[in-house]
Write a protein that binds this ligand. Sequence first.
Ligand code: ADP
Length: 489
Amino acid sequence: MSAAPAALSTGTYRQLYINGQWVDSSSGKRNPVNNPATEEPISEVAFGTREDCKKAIEAAKNAMPGWAKLTAWDRAKILKKAAELIRERADGIARTLTMEQGKPLPEAKGEILQTADTFEWFAEEGKRAYGDIIPNSVPGKRHLTFRHPVGVVGAIGPWNFPVALLSRKMAPALAVGCTIVCKPATQTPLSLINIFDCLIEAGLPAGVANFVIGPAKDIGDEFIENPIVRKISFTGSTEVGKMLMRGAAGHVKRLSLELGGHAPFIVFPDADPEAVAKAAVMGKFRNNGQVCISPSRFFVHKDISKKFIEVAVAAAKNLKLGNGLDAGTEIGPMFEKKAMENTIKLVEDASGKGATLLTGGKRCDRFAKGYFFEPTILTGLTDDARVLTDEPFAPVMPIMEFSTIDEAIAKANNTAYGLAAYVFTNDLTTTFKMAEGIEAGMIGVNDPVPATVQAPFGGMKESGMGRELSREGLDGYLETKHISIRLKD
Ligand code: ADP
């Protein structure tokens, strides 16, 4: 057992990881990482260049033949060892994650443990990247398929779950024999660096996984234009996803996109309005609503809406805001100042169009520093309120009413997004009508937390393409080769 290292301490400087070496940026530039609870810098990270990204891609190319040649069983040994190290160090890595991202420590620890599960799951799943033997239609011929690693992968991740979301790309890619260059969000690189430490200590060969950070557009352009990169896997905004898709089209480059969402949360009259309102508040304000599957449009049946709203407002007012490192904190700061300012604008826009503010709506003035925002509930919204049309990514809960199943389905689908949806009912017919009628990749029925490593995660419509996690999570990193054999008579 290795000694569990502490989280990155304040003032620690970390570098890029290219070809098995920790290195400075070729420009010498460093970037501060700030704590959103204190607005203080906690660390510095080398801020790379397009040239550094190119070197990382070259390293991944050179490492690919050796890595792909290993058996899935040998690759799994390394990935499972990394999972074990991640679990051992979960407390320290979670502290780092809380400090750079803001989420409360128990949630951060949950994300780290989920990351360990992801590496372990795909280590095993890589052993099951089966091909087929296909019955022949012409005598003397035989057809079979191999599943072949797609090649060097460029992976880009966001800041809201900086470790869990990139691990959904790294683990399947590495398990099937691809090599990878990872770019986390500039603001949240530290906890991912801790995951790299675990992979390295577990014995990952040089060049197989590389860590770069730098100007996002430069790195994105290098992933698109460098022919060595065969696949781009992106989690982030729909806007950047569309840009990458346009760029990738020019090179017919493989692409997986996990983009924005605007999840409906629909409560039928047979559900318990009190219990569901409490679950709704926990689900909505987790990570301040900065979650792509966050419930963000609440439709409550008119017969129970009064009770639901009353309980939701009381529960929202009771949530304990604070520094994520403090025991008992339920809601940390928002991730950055811009996010908080955008939330204020969303509330002003809705109020200006006639919505009623029931609680929150402003920065929490108990805190002298940090981007703390009061959990906010709005009713009486018009359809054109921006909080309903744009992906909010904010601690705002807009509550509307509905009367019939058809109306609920129409309202749920009245968006360009189709990532997650939530339905609360105990009626089997309603369950099936909603599950079949809603255009979303994931539907939680009486379940506010549907995501789990063994089930597919991804969206319909403008929420993306491809699925991560589950056995389908391997597909994005594999090409199918058909081998047709003519036997001698
Ligand atoms: P968010 O709203 O979550 O910040 P973004 O899509 O802006 O979503 O960011 C998600 C990730 O995409 C981050 O790592 C960010 O640095 C990166 N990114 C932003 N712009 C580009 C771009 N033009 N090309 C490639 N990656 C980008």
